[in-house]
Ligand binder design. Sequence first.
Ligand code: SF4
Length: 268
Amino acid sequence: MNIRDEAALRELNLYPLWVRRGIPAAVEAVPATSASVAESQAAAPVPDEVISKPTEDQTDTRQSAAGFAKPVPSADEGLNPSGLSLLNWTGLKQKVRDCTACKLRVGCSRTVFGVGDENADWLFVGEGPGADEDAQGEPFVGQAGKLLDNMLAAINLKRGSNVYIANVVKCRPPNNRTPEPDEIATCMPYLQQQIALIKPKLVVALGKTAATSLLGRDATLGSLRGTIHDYHGTPLIVTYHPAYLLRSPAEKAKAWQDLCFAQQRMMT
Ligand code: SF4
């Protein structure tokens, strides 16, 4: 283990208790329990950038109340096939930059397209920009971004090198709330075209919103972890959003399991 690995594992609260000894032969999913969530919710401090975000399990309730009893529109259902599939990177970036198709655009400073290697094998998808992302125009900056960078480093990955990072919605929701189903459905075609252009070997969905939006069905995050899902022929793995892990450090061990699972999948 080199010094960088050690630092990344410390950030994930996995070192020295967890020392990488190579990729496990099999990774058993550990379902989230209400007890563990309740316990982790007691964790402090809560960064400003994530203070208004629901927990992964709270998101279940909020989304059901917001109409998610009906499955989230899938990429195909939400896609307006008005030529997006014909766009290259330049055209797609311009389209997103100019987009005013949903109400999120009114409240944000700029659209946040995505960042990284446009030919990456790894695609990480989050929910939407927060305050730092809105200010800088790049996904996953600030404390959650630092944690994501450390998660990447723990499996020998680096932002921008064989890794692309994007969000489901490109504009910051007010007060960092969860994007609403109509906003997700409107914005989803952009992510879909990003995925079509990247052609990743693996998609890692960070958090419930990303996972259910990509998979087109509602489910708890715990039930989606530890399984290889299919996104239109591309394997998809689900883990926690880094912002959630900042509030719930006890769950970092499960995120580590998911990262090992993802790495194992990439090596097969
Ligand atoms: Fe357009 Fe997406 Fe921004 Fe809505 S969130 S305005 S669909 S880029």
